[in-house]
Write a protein that binds this ligand. Structure first.
Ligand SMILES: Nc1ncnc2c1ncn2[C@@H]1O[C@H](COP(=O)(O)OP(=O)(O)O)[C@@H](O)[C@H]1O
Ligand SMILES: [Mg+2]
Length: 324
């Protein structure tokens, strides 16, 4: 049963320079207890996707098509008040930019206690503050927070970026939402802490059946956390499949190029040169397949026609190399 269904989602940003086509025609599901890793270089639309699902897009953004169904409910049809109830208990999100995620006027302790109060209530348990504090300290130790007893007495502005990020990750672990969205939550943390946090998220998923949408620019991280991987490029969904199939049998040249940079997990080392160039400016995206200017296999049709998303072996792929 899908906790999250995204169908043909398209999002634009209005800017003084014109319209930015940030996401076009994105469709996927996340089942209960399943993790989907979303991977792509900077500028691929990953954060836009997370914000669109959590209904936190900035005011210059517009949904221009598609539907987002969370737990059977059409997210866009809810009023702001109805949706606010979902956010936090149903959907929890850790942002890429941690600075704005905590309330500046409350101590860390009070914000984490509030998160637990909501969960205890949902689970029908009476709230016991000393028990809650113990749980909070335990989770902060799990995310490798040094001196958690001191940290919880602080206000957000007294924390470093990495500490705020760990408090946010801990808050999600404490809340146990149905869907945990994490936008590059570990990028600012060192490698051992990153690995520990990925493990905690997997435990959370396995123990409580929580669904995870995990965003990263690093396909090696995606392969660790994801049951499935979705590859985005310049707002287009290029490939989607189980992690085993996407890593083991990547079909899209862009996926293969991402994999060629991590030889240890991939037999695609050296198959494609590390791709030159960068993600195009989406004010004026390339026509057809948006990857074609960087693709070593590009043919005439690639610059003219947007490829359909088709099933090739076990993966869904948007590429003219396949099909008729
Ligand atoms: N608030 C905004 N206003 C205008 N354009 C934006 C805004 N946020 C992101 N974009 C543009 O949307 C595209 C996708 O960005 P983003 O979703 O942040 O990608 P990613 O998270 O993969 O790096 C980029 O071209 C980016 O410049
Ligand atoms: Mg981003």
């Amino acid at each position: 049963m899908a906790v999250l269904e995204v169908r043909n989602l398209s999002v634009i940003y209005r800017t003084p320079f014109g319209v930015v086509d940030a996401l076009t025609d994105i469709s996927f599901d996340v089942d209960r207890g399943e993790s989907l890793a979303v991977v792509g270089e900077s500028g691929s639309g990953k954060s836009t996707l997370a914000l669109a699902i959590a209904r936190l897009l900035p005011p210059n953004a517009r949904y221009v098509g598609g539907r987002i169904i969370f737990d059977g409910i059409d997210v866009m049809s809810l009023s702001e008040g109805e949706f606010r109830k979902l956010r936090g208990t149903g959907i929890f999100m850790v942002f890429q930019e941690p600075a704005t995620s905590l309330n500046p006027v409350f101590k860390v302790k009070d914000q984490l206690l509030e998160a637990l109060r909501v969960r205890y209530e949902r689970e029908g348990n009476t709230f016991d503050e000393s028990k809650a504090i113990n749980e909070i300290l335990g989770v902060l130790r799990d995310v490798r927070m040094p001196d958690p007893e001191l940290i919880i007495e602080r206000y957000p502005h007294q924390l470093s970026g990495g500490q705020v990020q760990r408090v946010m990750i801990a808050m999600g672990l404490l809340m146990r939402p149905k869907l945990y969205i994490a936008d590059e939550p570990t990028s600012a943390l060192d490698v051992t802490v990153q690995a520990q946090i990925l493990k905690l998220l997997k435990d959370l998923k396995n123990e409580y059946g929580i669904s995870i949408l995990f965003i990263t620019h690093d396909i090696a991280v995606a392969s660790i956390i994801g049951d499935k991987i979705m590859v985005l490029y310049a707002g287009q969904l290029m490939e989607l499949g189980s992690t085993k199939n996407v890593i083991g049998e990547p079909k899209h040249p862009y996926t293969q190029a991402l994999l060629s940079s991590i030889p240890r997990i991939s037999k695609y080392e050296g198959k494609l040169p590390i791709i030159g160039g960068s993600v195009p400016n989406l004010l004026n995206p390339p026509p057809g397949c948006r990857f074609h200017p960087r693709c070593p296999y590009a043919k005439d049709v690639c610059s003219k026609v947007v490829p359909n998303l088709i099933k090739v072996d076990n993966n869904y792929v948007r590429c003219h190399l396949y099909g008729q």
